[in-house]
Design a protein around this ligand. Structure first.
Ligand SMILES: Cc1ncc(COP(=O)(O)O)c(C=O)c1O
Length: 402
């Protein structure tokens, strides 16, 4: 038999695995106590599983819940979601909404429709590399745009475009970015939209976290700012505000594009699992969401503050620095140059704490001395223990490296 590799279609060369997703299996195989600061998971206590259980029980009488559903999404969920979004300041028309199987499917559909071999795509650095893996899977050519505390450096994007040409697609996570936790300032949002409008670029606004703001002022989404000027597609998910295992997300885009996405999906997964859609529809329509979100915002704020305090206490003397997110799940820790966080990862896991090393968030393998910490999943006391273990691991690895 010929080797499998000789049979794969040439375009599969761009398909890469995900270090982030691989951590789920790796951590699942650990038998000792590990403080989980790696995955972008909600707190276990933040998942309203008792309410879900009760609502799922009620689906027994709802036979349509187990049939095929419409590709654009279950009618009940579409209605409940549009009302929920309107209540949270996002106006969207019935024909601008597609229900998806999580945020990842939204990213995949956008890339499937817009990215072809050699198309230039601007991505943030660091960025969510499951997003860039999707782009490379469709053979896009990426350029990394650096960021700082105010999100993507839009001036640097402009300079890159003058060297390389205007990007066809701009992939950004402007609000409580994964992994950095930073937020694109209003001024930069305005400029990004101006540039996208001038270049005719499509902006892919990946936004799983904006409903989890616990500090600072609300900012308009890129989609809102771009209305009538630039083409912005919003990709969203219930993974962070309800539960990732539901695999329910949504896309907001212009009606013509929603139609094409429906077509593209019909050769993919037909529809998002209808029982999960009905479950989310009931959760929203029965009015559970607002109180739930209000509690999450308080809890995640407490967790962020506790983690920053632990970092100051445990790593303050090392010359480490970290970001100050105003919402979401993550902060980004930069250690002194000589610390290699890939090496640190193994020692940290042995000590009983997990994070994701910085290189996993850059297509060019940058950020070897940085790492992502999720403050979402573990309660403050556990996070403090995790940071103390991290300190021990830094000492062990730097002793060996010196
Ligand atoms: C920026 C970003 N986009 C997309 C996703 C994927 O969301 P989902 O799990 O709903 O597919 C995530 C999840 O971590 C994310 O952080």
């Amino acid at each position: 038999m010929p080797a499998l590799a000789s049979l794969y279609a040439p375009r599969t060369r761009g398909i890469t695995g995900s270090v982030i997703d691989a951590s789920t299996s790796l951590l699942g195989n650990q038998t000792h106590d590990v403080v989980r600061l790696a995955m972008g998971s909600p707190a276990v206590e933040a998942i309203p599983s008792a309410t879900f259980g009760a609502l799922l029980g009620e689906l027994e009488a709802d036979h349509g819940a187990f049939d095929y559903g419409p590709t654009e999404g279950d009618r009940a969920l579409r209605g409940a979601l549009l009302d929920f979004l309107a209540g949270n300041g996002t106006a969207a028309g019935e024909d601008e909404l597609l229900i998806t199987s999580g945020g990842m499917q939204g990213l995949d559909l956008v890339c499937k429709l817009f990215v072809g071999r050699g198309d230039l795509v601007a991505v943030e650095s660091p960025t969510y590399t499951n997003g860039t893996a999707t782009i490379s899977g469709y053979e896009g050519e990426m350029v990394e745009v650096p960021g700082d505390a105010d999100g993507m450096d839009v001036g640097a994007l402009e300079r890159l475009a003058s060297e390389r040409g205007a990007p066809k697609l701009i992939y950004t996570i402007p609000t409580f970015q994964n992994p950095a936790g930073t937020t694109l300032s209003l001024e930069r949002r305005e400029r990004l939209i101006e540039l996208a409008a001038a270049w005719g670029s499509v902006v892919l606004e990946d936004d799983p976290y904006s409903l989890l703001r616990f500090e600072g002022e609300e900012l308009p989404s890129l989609r809102e700012l771009g209305a009538g000027r630039a083409r912005v597609i919003g990709v969203h998910t219930f993974s962070k505000i309800l539960a990732p295992g539901l695999r329910v997300g949504w896309v907001l885009a212009e009606p013509e594009l929603i139609h094409r996405m429906v077509d593209a999906r019909q050769s993919m997964d037909t529809c998002t699992a209808p029982p999960m859609q009905r479950l989310v529809a009931r959760f929203l329509a029965d009015g559970f969401a607002e109180e739930h979100l209000a509690r999450l915002r308080v809890d995640y704020h407490d967790r962020k503050v506790a983690m920053q305090q632990a970092l100051a206490d445990e790593l303050g003397d090392l010359g480490a620095s970290w970001t100050d997110p105003h919402g979401g799940f993550f902060l980004w820790l930069t250690l002194p140059e000589h610390v290699d966080t890939d090496v640190l990862f193994a020692a940290a896991l042995r000590e009983g704490v997990a994070f994701i090393p910085g290189r996993a968030f850059s297509i060019g393998g940058r950020f070897g001395n940085a790492l992502r910490l999720a403050f979402s999943a573990e309660p403050p006391g556990r996070a403090r223990e995790g940071i103390a273990r991290l300190r021990r691991a830094i000492e062990i690895t730097t002793d060996h490296q010196e």
